[in-house]
Design a protein around this ligand. Structure first.
Ligand code: NAP
Length: 317
């Protein structure tokens, strides 16, 4: 990659070689790990497919998760009960997804072992009040509503049951989601492991302390929107310098995917990877100069800060 820009100095060559070796070593390790994960996933799938699941609030995010779970065969369609607010939408989605979709949260919760809560943060108290008679210590709630604390859900539930918070994102639809999980007071290690497996079926997962959930919301849940703007803008740049729009968009998207994969698979610091692209007196450094002058870094940092602040306020607004 580097040689297409400029001849490498010996030290640059060895640094690149070290990076390449590290890359392939990591790839081999990851491939083995992935094979093991796939095998475990198959076993977990068999167990999970017997679980009865309620998806309360099958909107954009809930719908994405539901479709991904169905596609992966994680749960059996006949074991899923989804709800929405509007009757017509329930009918339409039931036809589309081939699962039970209604507006009856209580009935859905009553018939489920695992309750996924996907309504807007402001609607969570209302839905919890509706399903309270169905809640027992044997059920597990996984809430992916932004901002709503596990302690608030535990309190509203009125019973000592497992409450897990998850913060997924929309790329879960294609199995490349990022989900952070945190546990409530009554969650056992096994229950958390089950939640991790559910979300691992749609991408990568991390477990964090609950105090970090608003930060996660601002970074990886809102993040796809930031990246789409960046990607769209880069494609516009390509159009400005003469590329056809479809080619500019494809190159911008594949390049974004490639850069993200480099960070994930080499484990290298993004700054080091950036340096490997930035030939002295080459073209990349001129582009970087424009980014710095435009305040891209500060803008992105502030975007995450502002979104985190909003995530803190949401449940009470
Ligand atoms: N969108 C994301 O990228 C994302 C990422 C992570 C987390 N989240 C979280 O996911 C939650 C939903 O966000 P969203 O973007 O998916 O919003 P959304 O598309 O508006 O989904 C909300 C869903 O809740 C349903 N609903 C409203 N009141 C209800 C009630 N009383 N009982 C049952 N269902 C009810 C709505 O029904 P109708 O369809 O009939 O109106 C809708 O399907 C939020 O808490 C958000 O923080 C979203």
């Amino acid at each position: 990659m580097l040689t297409s820009f400029a001849p490498l100095s010996p030290s640059g060559f060895f640094a690149t070689l070290r990076m390449t070796n590290h890359f392939y070593k990591k790839r081999r390790k990851e491939t083995k790990l992935m094979a093991k994960k796939k095998e475990n996933f198959k076993q977990d799938q068999a167990a999970a497919s017997n679980t009865k699941v309620a998806m309360l609030g099958a909107g954009k995010m809930g719908g994405i998760l539901l479709q991904a779970f169905l596609k992966n065969g994680l749960f059996r369609p006949e074991n899923i009960r989804a709800t929405v607010q509007h009757e017509e939408r329930a009918k339409m989605l039931a036809g589309q997804w081939g699962v039970s979709v209604s507006t009856d949260n209580l009935a859905a919760a009553r018939n489920s072992d695992l309750i996924l809560l996907g309504v807007k943060p402001q609607t969570v108290p209302e839905v919890l009040a509706q399903i309270r008679p169905a809640l027992t210590a044997k059920k597990t709630i996984i809430s992916f509503a932004a901002s709503v604390k596990t302690s608030a859900i535990e309190k509203a539930a009125g019973v000592d049951l497992a409450v897990i918070r998850a913060m997924p994102n929309t790329p879960s639809l294609l199995g490349c989601g990022a989900t952070a999980l945190c546990r409530g007071k009554f969650v056992t290690d096994e229950q958390l492991a089950v939640a991790e497996k559910v979300f691992a079926s749609v991408g990568r997962t991390v477990t964090v302390d609950e105090k970090h959930m608003d930060a996660v919301t601002a970074l990886s849940a809102s993040g796809p929107a930031y990246i789409y703007i960046i990607l769209e803008s880069l494609a516009e740049g390509g159009v400005k310098v003469g590329l056809p729009r479809d080619i500019a968009t494809l190159l911008a998207a594949q390049m974004t995917l490639g850069a993200a994969t480099m960070v994930l698979e080499t484990g290298s610091h993004p700054a080091l990877l950036k340096d490997a692209v930035t030939t002295p007196a080459g073209c990349t450094i001129d582009g970087i100069l424009e980014l710095e002058e435009g305040g891209l870094r500060v803008t992105l940092i502030k975007a995450v800060m502002r979104a985190a602040q909003r995530a803190k306020e949401l449940a009470s607004s």
